[in-house]
Design a protein around this ligand. Structure first.
Ligand code: NCD
Length: 337
């Protein structure tokens, strides 16, 4: 893939060298994300942030990343307040809105919708989640986090052992992450889900064809004894026919500190794309893990800004001149150095 001007719709577009380039640029974004320096490299540029499904972190993270590069953000949230309720097609919406923006980020409940929108857009479009299909930028920030967490113990992405836990059928972050991991060597994945919510078999087949060792399990404690990463996910309630149906699976795989201490390795990193469902009947990652230094979920969210800044910088072709248009900040910065 060539980043300049590209739509970012699926992990299928990425090769290993693209991921390396992206992560190198993300590393360079640290002083800006930490508010040590300010860059105006995207001054005058406009991001159209279009979220037709619930979102806190992805929407604000895309917007913050664009602001941190000096650009401006316009938001559309929800169907009710958009012309889609008047019967406008996604392609017509794209034809219009791409005239107002330099890049568009979009989330929509239908699989393939963001690609459909992108096909009529005059500017690059980034997929912020299309139904149960994919969430490529989340997978990239997940892998960036994995790389950083593993580096602490001199480990690489190659040779990684992961447990993916929860709703693997509808969890689009898992779908994209499985594709991304398939680019690396000697990866072992154990897929832990109720049998009704297993990973779609095409994805399992593709991983195996790429050389990933895949195991399937319904037993959480047995599956987390020998892994580097536990990647927990939420039951994707909004993709089920009814709340009652989702309730059948909610709370099936709960990780808390006692289970972690008894079954995990001392260095096992805990990840989750968030939001974690903290309601009593779900509680997939208990709050008693919050002081566990290996709980990486909030570092993951922080890393999302770096990775999205890097994506904007590469797609809009300014990665080479971010520093040129920068200066130190003038205000008091409460963050530790
Ligand atoms: C995820 C999503 O929207 O797919 N959230 C996110 O973007 N971090 C996961 C989820 O909603 O469970």
């Amino acid at each position: 893939m060539i980043f300049q001007g590209a739509h970012i719709l699926s992990i299928n577009q990425f090769e290993k060298e693209n991921v390396k380039r992206l992560f190198d640029v993300a590393d360079q974004m640290q002083p800006y994300a930490l508010r040590r320096r300010v860059t105006r490299v995207l001054e005058g540029a406009i991001l159209g942030n279009m979220f037709f499904e619930a979102s806190t972190r992805t929407r604000v993270s895309f917007g913050s990343a664009f602001n941190l590069l000096g650009g401006e953000v316009r938001e559309t949230a929800g169907f009710e307040s958009s012309a889609l309720v008047k019967g406008e097609s996604l392609q017509d919406t794209a034809r219009v809105l791409s005239g107002f923006s330099d890049v568009i980020c979009m989330r929509h409940p239908a699989e393939g919708s963001v690609a459909d929108f992108a096909s009529a857009s005059r500017v690059p479009v980034m997929n912020g989640g299309d139904g149960a299909n994919e969430h490529p930028t989340q997978a990239l920030l997940d892998l960036y986090t994995i790389r950083k967490e593993m580096a602490v113990n001199d480990r690489d992405i190659d040779g990684l052992r992961l447990a993916m836990v929860g709703d693997l059928r509808f969890g689009r972050t898992v779908h994209s992450l499985c594709k991304l991991l398939s680019l690396y060597e000697n990866i072992e994945v154990v897929l832990v889900s109720p049998k009704e919510l297993t990973l779609p078999y095409e994805l399992v087949d593709d991983m195996r064809s790429a050389g990933v060792v895949v195991k399937v399990s319904e037993d959480l404690t047995q599956s987390i004894t020998d892994v580097d990463i536990v990647y927990s996910t939420r039951i994707q309630e909004e993709r089920f026919g009814s709340k009652q149906e989702a309730d059948l699976y909610r709370g099936r795989f709960r990780l808390n500190q006692a289970i972690y201490t008894e079954f995990c390795q001392p260095n096992t990193v805990i990840m989750h794309p968030l939001p974690r469902d903290s309601r009593a009947d779900a509680n997939e990652l208990s709050n008693d893990l919050d002081n566990n230094p290996n709980l990486a979920i909030f570092r993951q969210a922080d890393n999302g800004v770096l990775v999205r800044m890097a994506l904007f910088a590469l797609v809009l072709d300014v990665a080479h001149c971010v520093d040129e248009y920068s200066h130190d900040v003038r205000w008091y910065n409460a963050r530790p150095k």
